[in-house]
Design a protein around this ligand. Sequence first.
Ligand SMILES: [Zn+2]
Ligand SMILES: [Zn+2]
Ligand SMILES: [Zn+2]
Ligand SMILES: [Zn+2]
Length: 449
Amino acid sequence: MPPRRDNDFIDADSESDISILGDDDLDTRGGKGKGKAKAGDKRKRDKGKAKAKDAQAYTWEANYTRSWETVQEDEAGSLRSSVEDWMARGRRRRLLAPASAIRRTIIRHLVLLLDLSASMMDRDMRPTRFDLTLQYAREFITEWFDQNPLGQIGVVGMRAGLGERIGDMTGNPQDVLRAIADRHKLEPVGEPSLQNAIEMARSSMNHLPTHSSREILIIFGSLTTCDPGNIHDTLDSCIKNKIRISVVALAAEMKICRDICDKTGGQFGVALNDGHFKDLLFELVPPPAQRALSRAAGAGATNPAADLMMMGFPTRLPDTSPPSLCVCHSEIKSEGFLCPRCLAKVCDVPTDCDICGLMIVSSPHLARSYHHLFPVKSYNAVMAIDHAVDSAKGCHGCSRPFPVAVAANTSEGLSPVGRYRCPECHRDFCSDCDVFIHDVVHCCPGCGK
Ligand SMILES: [Zn+2]
Ligand SMILES: [Zn+2]
Ligand SMILES: [Zn+2]
Ligand SMILES: [Zn+2]
């Protein structure tokens, strides 16, 4: 019975490709009836062929109906209220975040562990789990480096029962993206081995200094793992090495994955659909609070005093300087950075000097890491305009006038008059500026806090 179901499954899959293409074309061609008839045909055929399979709910079908049903027009036929609602959700999430300063690790080392086993060819996520994972991994890496400019990422794959080094630990986003750019080199095959892959990731982080974080993020599509030994030994050594492991599972929860995350202080989540998959990944972009790590690592790890670490700001060589060899690649080129301590020439910052080991950073990198430690306070939604106090002036950020009409949409966290006030400088900002300030600028233009 199982092989027959498999066949049907693949069959139904390839047909649904066609019907989805038809659905997409609806807008442009207006062939509504045609597309619907096609989908109906398909469903009937599926039912006839595979009674064992309940034909009503495929994940992608649910997705395709949902995406346009959630968008609601208001009376005037505009989508504005939906967009506002969506923005308000982000605002509410920010309000829930702890306002007080938490100790966070801003120098992070992450190994991205990709499942490249045969189960990643499953089509329950579109187009396949594998392609979607690669796409999200790229977005994740870009965002991660944007938020953690002092961090480094390495990539390890697991396939055919082995852990496979795909990209070395590096602080250059382009290098990491290049490592996973060629999908043909990453073609999924065989069984995954959690133990082998985690051991490989662990060995690449053994040499790291104690002030930086060690993290492993596993994107896991399988429901099995074939390991050469006892994976609990690996788990124990990860706890000892203070490696935090997070897992985003694409299929279902596995006890061992949950245990690994709980015991190392990481996060575990099972993606319900494409959007949720992305949410789970991007939750791991901000640096983890250190408190959780120390709890997981047991006694002795809590260190109330701050560790001071040495950093150097390099001298940038102009493009017109005489060419010389760099210490990192032994290439002759003009541009580069000089280590302030040993005057060795390196190609890129941030990095550790290959000669003297000093951490070399540029000040903008440091400043960009800073906002995680001292986030901009959430603005308060202004509930009603007090004409004596609030002058008719526009938004303090963009100088555009505030909306005159009172919006009907007054859900939680949303200002009915479209004004958001900084609790420090009491200046008003429009909704767009509020989002921009908190997500991009990380600094209040009114008070600089
Ligand atoms: Zn170099
Ligand atoms: Zn040096
Ligand atoms: Zn504004
Ligand atoms: Zn302010």
